[in-house]
Design a protein around this ligand. Structure first.
Ligand code: XIL
Length: 311
């Protein structure tokens, strides 16, 4: 994947979320990641609960280990994530000065990784299309209103001006109210001069009903291009026992990303069924562990072939 991606006239990022434990303990996992990818995302290790477990006390060892691996292998790091309503330490949930907490966290964490990561998910999963303003009324919203999103992007830009700043969202690839709400939000952010550079479309496909046609994805990539925004496929996994269908979803999505000049990269949420993806490991009842492009023996599946062919 990597050599094909790097031979393209316009370089496209291609890679996976990585976890630190197998990177340290599993030689085959580490070797495959180093050989196949030019863009990786730490799956969990940069989330607030891990990097700031106690107020003002930072723990960067595990995230640094992933960043060091990437740098040693000349792989770009998409950092994930600064502001979210999950993966928070308890102290952060109960703090009364949420605005200070949010901006201090952004300053410290984006400051720590400045120059070593190329991109950030600044705000993760802000949407809830069931609310009239389209937003999830999470703890940050409750403290600051919808403006927490703009404030987070401004703080991130100030601390790392060369990082490409993304808003990352799930379930917004397909047509429907969730996509509409996301589009309206980012349009407004751009109109207001908020320093957002792009949108990550997570692309988890857990259920038969989640299969998004490539042309719908293309239409949305282009709609975002018209707003001056980049797009990335940020967390793809396709739960199905039908390997041909899985290959079609991965391959076609990556092909559209290669073809559309504002699509910067494609990452799957994990790469081998050995460790599963969120879809297969965190869901109850557990889903079959077959969502990713490599088998549990780390041999390439049809989805991997389709991705190579797409580049
Ligand atoms: C998931 C990880 O994959 C799990 O290991 C963890 O237990 C929970 O978080 N959207 C996101 C990711 O933006 O951060 C989530 O990652 C999956 C959904």
């Amino acid at each position: 994947l990597r050599s094909r991606a790097e031979a393209l006239p316009r370089k496209v990022g291609v890679g996976s979320a990585l976890a630190v434990a197998p990177l340290v303990a599993d030689d085959q996992y580490r070797a495959t990641a180093g050989e196949q990818f030019n863009l990786i995302t730490p799956e969990n290790d940069m989330k607030p609960q891990f990097v700031q477990p106690t107020r003002g006390v930072f723990a960067f060892e595990e995230a640094d280990a992933i960043v060091d691996f990437a740098r040693a292998n000349n792989i770009a790091v998409h950092a994930h994530t600064l502001v979210w309503f999950e993966a928070l330490p308890t102290w952060m949930r109960s703090a009364s000065d949420k605005k200070t907490v949010m901006t201090d966290h952004i300053k410290a964490v984006a400051g720590h990784f400045k120059g070593r990561v190329t991109e950030w998910d600044v705000v993760n999963e802000p949407m809830n299309e069931d609310n009239s303003d389209g937003l999830e009324h999470n703890l940050w919203y409750q403290a600051m209103g919808a403006d927490y999103i703009a404030q987070a992007f401004r703080a991130a830009r100030a601390v790392d001006p060369s990082a490409v700043l993304y808003l990352n969202e799930y379930g917004a690839e397909a047509e429907g109210p969730r996509w509409k709400a996301l589009y309206a939000l980012v349009k407004k952010l751009k109109q207001d001069g908020v320093p957002i550079d792009g949108v990550g479309l997570q692309s988890h496909e857990y259920e038969a009903g989640d299969r998004v046609p490539a042309e719908t994805f293309r239409k949305h990539v282009r709609a975002l291009a018209d707003l001056g925004l980049k797009v990335r496929v940020s967390e793809m996994d396709v739960v199905t026992s039908d390997q041909a269908l899985q290959a079609k979803q991965f391959g076609e999505r990556l092909a559209v990303c290669r073809q559309e000049s504002n699509c910067t990269g494609f990452t799957s949420w994990g790469f081998t069924d050995r460790y599963g993806s969120t879809a297969t490991t965190n869901r109850y009842p557990a889903l079959p562990g077959n969502a990713l492009p490599w088998t549990s023996s780390i041999t390439p599946k049809k989805a991997h072939t389709a991705m190579v062919d797409a580049l």
